[in-house]
Design a protein around this ligand. Structure first.
Ligand code: HEC
Ligand code: HEC
Length: 290
């Protein structure tokens, strides 16, 4: 056997080092340069773009802008325009007096809520709940039938078109198949102990009832000012709340909302245990059936 080992000459070694430095520099910089971004795989953890929301006021006047603004109005004033408060009874699709913005704050553009920026870039999407591919219209109607305890909007209605146009607009900086940084609400670990609805009731009184009311009834706006939605603070249970088929009626989606988003004026202040106990309390209270 040949025992002599090959040793690199200084020149070969230098070339090798330069080569590795170049490869590493390239790998570190390629994202900043934005070079290969469009070729990244769909729906991987990497295919994320930074949070950016366009401004409706910058759109040129015209039909598109009107439709998009109407869509935003529908998310902010749902109960007035397509709910129990609508003067046109044929338009009462939503069954309660919530508005989409009660959970998707600022018509879905507030990062610290179930935000909707980039949502149209991810649909159609497989629904675990319905075990099928779902269009954005079907997903929106899921919230109409569950969170809003109502009826689905016709897919070709001006209202559906306006809401989808609006969601497409706020997703305009998110390429197809990508998601935005801070999409949705971060997951939380499972409950450290079995959630206790009795303790949850005590925590509710302490941390939530000042705004949401002693019986979860919410706080209503002054009825003498016309054109306002019904609630200043939405109800959390009872006949005017989301139904038992809604995302918010599930432990996972409600607990992380409570943990990260509530109390409204003191976010991220509750322990995991308190968030889960409060969820167990709220979702054991009476609410409409799906
Ligand atoms: C009571 C709270 C609540 C209300 C009111 C509500 N939603 Fe939702 N919505 C949710 C939850 C919870 C989810 C699931 C979010 C998740 O899984 O990350 C969701 C999901 C969605 C999604 C899919 C988001 C995604 O990232 O996949 C859309 C679109 C949507 N809602 C639209 C609406 C519209 C439009 C309205 C009003 C007509 C509305 N929602 C009213 C709670 C609500
Ligand atoms: C300072 C007032 C305030 C406090 C305290 C508060 N909330 Fe809220 N909460 C709000 C407001 C306002 C909204 C709706 C925000 C919007 O429409 O933009 C809301 C929305 C919600 C929603 C989603 C809408 C719905 O009807 O389901 C839930 C769930 C919720 N709060 C639970 C809680 C819980 C649980 C606590 C106690 C840990 C709490 N909140 C404390 C003001 C408050």
């Amino acid at each position: 056997m040949d025992s002599s080992r090959k040793i690199l000459t200084p020149v070969q070694l230098t070339v090798l080092i330069i080569f590795f430095v170049a490869v590493i520099t390239f790998l570190l910089l390629k994202d900043q340069l934005g070079m290969f971004t469009p070729h990244q795989d769909m729906n991987t953890a990497d295919s994320t773009v930074s949070w950016k929301v366009p401004d409706i006021n910058e759109l040129p006047e015209g039909e598109d802008k009107e439709l998009i603004k109407y869509g935003r109005d529908l998310l902010n004033n749902t109960c007035l325009l397509i709910g129990p408060m609508s003067s046109d009874s044929s338009m009462r699709y939503a069954g309660n007096n919530l508005v989409c913005s009660n959970c998707h704050f600022d018509a879905g553009t507030n990062m610290f809520s179930y935000n909707l920026v980039g949502v149209t870039s991810r649909f159609p999407q497989y629904s675990e709940r319905d075990k099928k591919m779902e269009s954005i219209q079907e997903r929106l109607n899921d919230c109409m039938e569950r969170s809003m305890n109502g009826k689905p909007l016709p897919v070709d209605s001006r209202e559906m078109k306006a809401m989808v146009a609006y969601l497409e607009f706020i997703s305009k900086y998110v390429p197809k198949g990508y998601k935005v940084d801070h999409q949705g609400i971060p997951n939380i670990p499972p409950p450290p102990t079995d959630p206790d609805p009795v303790k949850g009731g005590e925590y509710y009184d302490k941390y939530c009832s000042t705004c949401h009311g002693g019986s979860g009834e919410g706080a209503q706006n002054d009825p003498y000012i016309p054109g306002q939605v019904k609630y200043r603070v939405p109800p959390l249970w009872g006949s005017d709340s989301y139904n038992d088929g809604a995302g918010m009626s599930t432990r996972e989606k409600a607990a992380k909302f409570i943990y990260h988003v509530m109390p409204f004026d003191d976010k991220n202040s509750l322990t995991l245990e308190k968030a889960y106990d409060i969820e167990a309390f709220i979702n054991s209270q009476p609410r409409p059936k799906f």
